[in-house]
Write a protein that binds this ligand. Structure first.
Ligand code: AMP
Length: 435
């Protein structure tokens, strides 16, 4: 029992003493905003749409109340809690979080991850032991449900994590089969960074008066993340990252590109320039992705290039820098990217390389989401923050040079003028504000 009731903020949310104290045992003193909002509602078995980023504490926001309120522990006719995730990495992470919380709560519960790619026979024998918590990917869970190996009659909580992806055409059929098999009485939680109108409609058909809790961006943008933007033409971006490396030497850096095609090429070019880099994309073989993530975590790799989808749901600890080598179309994707850093009370920097068109898009994202991009330049081997007018003069000049470069390339006339080096453009007497 908590010695000072009222001093454990998790107990105040209505969690059982064991689960509330598990948070203290894990060194987590204060509930995050998403936990404050979601825990009481899930304890009351309300169906909810939980719009929240990875990294805001959303996994415990649904796991803690489910562990606390699950009743059928002794009967164990099948799982009491089922979490469906679109990727194996996310499923493994959620299962690990469940095991951590169960162990810290000292609950007599078992968690099991049912992943596609693992032998079915092994999963069948694991499921015969009736784990209380099952986490898995839709295809495999759907097959196990269809074969009646996984029986959902006792289910009390059904969570669809990264729900927007789960309702994409790729998974929808399996997810709907799982929803069909779940009992009417079970509490349904849909968690996702973005919840589209289509997902709301499709999932809503299976939910009872769902309440929408929207926390989009808050956890990410209020965290200790600085947003930096550099003006860099597309063709100079890889070299620019090389120069940034000399200045920043990121401990762990995720590099985002919008398309899968660009990811592999970018990683190759970074390696050619001597940077410890690799790439992951969502279609890659599981083992290849796992090895790359592990190398980043252990420090033998410092740059991991990926797409927005490739990184979705990944909770790689301790990312010091995020670099966007292009600007995503949708502001929420930018928030996703930036949210990979600045976790667990550490500072992080989200860096965007943009041209004039992308700068306009960024300005819109910043205004809509109420945060500030700091306009930066790399100058004589240092990151500086020149006055904004000077930054935009530099942009104008760069764009003029780009047009001249294209014109001369079209006419085939000699070597095109190159963009003047940063140092040459620095005005005398204006040293810029240092980082
Ligand atoms: P998420 O991906 O949103 O589930 O967040 C995951 C990270 O947040 C994990 O590293 C958790 O250990 C951490 N976390 C969860 N709850 C809290 C909390 N109340 N305070 C601080 N960190 C937390």
């Amino acid at each position: 029992m908590c010695k000072y009731r009222g001093m454990n903020e998790f107990a105040d949310l209505g969690l059982s003493a064991g689960v509330a104290e598990a948070f203290s045992a894990l060194g987590l003193a204060t509930p995050t905003k998403v936990q404050r909002l979601a825990i009481p509602r899930i304890l009351a078995k309300r169906d909810i749409f939980l719009q929240s980023e990875t990294g805001t504490g959303k996994t415990f926001a649904y796991l803690a109340p489910a562990l606390s309120a699950a009743k059928g522990l002794s009967a164990a006719r099948g799982p009491l809690i089922l979490v469906v995730c679109p990727t194996q990495e996310l499923a493994v992470q959620v299962a690990k979080q469940a095991e951590r919380l169960v162990a810290a709560s000292k609950l007599p519960m078992q968690a099991f991850a049912a992943l596609g790619g693992s032998p079915l026979s092994r999963q069948e024998s694991a499921l015969k032991k009736k784990p209380h918590i099952v986490v898995g990917t839709p295809g495999r869970l759907g097959d196990l449900v269809a074969a009646r190996v996984l029986k959902l009659d006792a289910l009390e909580f059904l969570v669809l994590d990264e729900a927007d992806r789960l309702f994409s055409s790729e998974y929808r059929e399996s997810v709907e089969a799982i929803l069909d098999a779940a009992p009417e009485s079970c509490c349904a939680v849909l968690a996702s960074a973005t919840i589209s109108a289509a997902t709301r409609e499709r999932a809503g058909a299976y939910m009872h008066e769902p309440e929408a809790l929207a926390l989009l961006d808050e956890g990410v943008l209020s965290r200790d993340i600085e947003h930096w933007v550099f003006y860099v033409e597309h063709r100079k971006r890889i070299d620019f990252i090389r120069r940034l490396e000399n200045v920043l030497r990121p401990r762990k850096c995720l590099v985002f590109a919008s398309s899968g095609d660009r990811v592999g090429r970018t990683a190759e070019r970074l390696v050619e320039r001597g940077l410890p880099a690799d790439s992951i994309v969502s279609k890659q073989e599981k083992e290849r992705r796992r090895v790359a993530i592990e190398r980043l975590e252990k420090g033998s790799l410092r740059y991991l290039v990926t797409t927005d989808l490739g990184a979705r749901g990944l909770d790689i600890q301790d990312i010091s820098h995020v670099i966007s080598i292009d600007v995503p179309e949708d502001g929420s994707w930018y928030v996703h990217r930036a949210g990979r850093t600045g976790r667990a009370g550490r500072k992080g920097v989200s860096i965007v390389l943009a041209d004039a068109i992308e700068l306009k898009r960024l300005a819109k994202i910043a205004v809509e989401r109420d945060f500030v991009f700091r306009t930066k330049r790399l100058d004589s081997g240092e990151v500086v923050e020149p006055p904004v007018e000077e930054f935009f003069e530099y942009v104008e000049k760069g764009e003029a040079e780009k047009r001249a470069y294209r014109a001369s390339a079209r006419s085939g006339a000699g070597r095109p003028p190159s963009q003047a080096p940063d140092r040459a453009e620095r005005r005398p007497g204006n040293s810029g504000r240092r980082r």
